[in-house]
Design a protein around this ligand. Structure first.
Ligand code: IMO
Ligand code: MG
Length: 401
């Protein structure tokens, strides 16, 4: 049956959203996968038998599936260089790849990337951004000086005036402008086949019974309104952001899925109330969970904490999840005790769950931990990840029907 899903990160990002977006696209033969917030600050990975590991920053995972059209919503800020590179990678896997880029999405320009790094260094208390140009591009949008995808198709002199204003605003000079003028002509050519009205396309498709997966980036605790401001990203990451970021009424979504990692991670600065101070334990989890950011401009280890019950409660309140998807339980392997500050200490596990097909194949202590996550969030866990591959999932939803 046709269905509409929204998948968001319930915590600070890097929960494994990409895997579940891909899983839901494959499992339901999705017609469309839609990104609605952020830009190349995201890193969404899939691992499959067929193609190995593929990393997406701009396109939604699911783009490699023949038959799924990718839509980049108006709420995104798009770095065209990244997008064009990603299109090539996806084409090699899925030659029939179809893409629609909303004409109202804003562009991330090289000058935004420079400004992102400089501005963060100059702050009294740095945020530790991904330096991908996200914040400055959204600043220009809010200042009403941004350059949108559709602006590439203006007359040259009009476009160049806009570019000039953005370069000046972000502290660039004549050289930056000349480079940008050249790039903009290339983007105009190379993107022309993809530009359209994302909101119209997705709404019409839903009306005709299409299956759609909205793919959130970042996480609810990084949301510019609901996260720990100012240590947040520059966009809304909550499920309701499909309204602003894709032009689709959130009431058209059937299942809102929050992806939760079995522990907390955070890159960049800002509160991580449950941060693990015992570096040996933190490193154990970091290594098993491969918790290193491979960013556009910076690589860094992620900070590690126990599951943040308070953060998860807050996230669940704002998002009203239909169910959760839980990831990286296996990265906690080998710990005698697992803490959930404010809730208690639970027995750990040490088990190979990579081939588990049902809850009966999981250790009892892991099942108890999953129940505790349900208690905290006040909703069910519907999907359990048993490893990095797309099909390593225990799907509990069938038991509910
Ligand atoms: P995915 O989609 C984790 C964090 C940055 C920084 C703050 C602001 O892979 O889960 P920004 O560059 O957005 O201005 O940085 O937000 N951040 C992320 N953390 N996963 C992400 O995306 C993130 N995108 C931004 O580390 O603390
Ligand atoms: Mg990330």
């Amino acid at each position: 049956m046709a269905k509409v899903y929204t998948v968001v990160g319930a915590l600070w990002g890097d929960e494994g959203k990409g895997k579940f977006v891909n899983y839901l696209c494959n499992r339901n033969n999705a017609d469309i996968a839609v990104r609605f917030n952020g830009g190349s600050n995201a890193g969404h990975c899939i691992h499959t038998e067929e193609f190995g590991t593929v990393m997406f920053r701009t396109l939604p995972t699911g783009s490699t599936r023949p038959g799924t059209t990718a839509v980049l919503g108006n709420g995104m800020v798009i770095d065209p260089e990244f997008l064009l590179k990603e299109i090539k990678v996806v084409r090699a896997i899925n030659p029939d790849f179809k893409l629609l880029v909303d004409k109202r999405a804003h562009l991330v320009l090289p000058i935004h990337q420079k400004a992102d790094g400089n501005q963060d260094d100059e702050r009294k208390q740095s945020i530790g951004t991904t330096r991908s140009g996200n914040g400055p591009a959204y600043s220009d949008k809010a200042f009403r000086a941004g350059v949108r995808v559709q602006d590439l198709y203006r007359l040259n002199w009009e476009l160049d005036n806009m570019l000039s204003a953005v370069v000046m605003r972000n502290g660039g000079g004549v050289e930056d402008l000349r480079e940008l003028e050249k790039l903009s002509r290339k983007w105009r050519e190379e993107l022309s086949d993809y530009v359209g009205d994302g909101s119209a396309h997705v709404n019409d498709a839903i009306s005709e019974g299409a299956t759609v997966v909205f793919a959130g980036a970042q996480g609810v605790l990084l949301d510019i309104d609901h996260g720990d401001y100012p240590f947040v990203t520059s966009s809304n990451c909550i499920p309701a952001a499909v309204g602003t970021g894709a032009g689709v009424d959130p009431r058209r979504v059937d299942d809102v899925v929050g992806v939760v990692k079995a522990y907390s991670t955070r890159i960049g600065e800002g509160p991580l109330p449950t941060e693990i101070r015992d570096e040996e334990v933190a490193e154990h989890i970091r290594r098993q969970g491969n918790e290193y950011e491979i960013g556009v401009h910076i690589h860094r280890p992620r900070r590690i904490g126990w599951l943040d019950a308070e953060g998860l409660r807050r996230s669940a309140r704002v998002c009203n999840y239909d169910y959760l998807a839980i990831t990286l339980l296996d990265a906690l392997n080998g710990l005698e005790r697992i803490e959930i500050p404010g809730v208690g200490t639970m027995p750990g596990w040490d088990a190979d769950i990579s081939k588990a097909k049902s809850m009966d194949d999981l250790p009892t202590s892991m099942c108890e931990y999953i129940s505790e996550v349900e208690n905290i969030a006040g909703c069910r866990v519907g999907l359990v990840s048993t490893g990095p591959h797309t099909d390593q999932v225990i799907d509990l939803r069938s038991e509910w029907r």
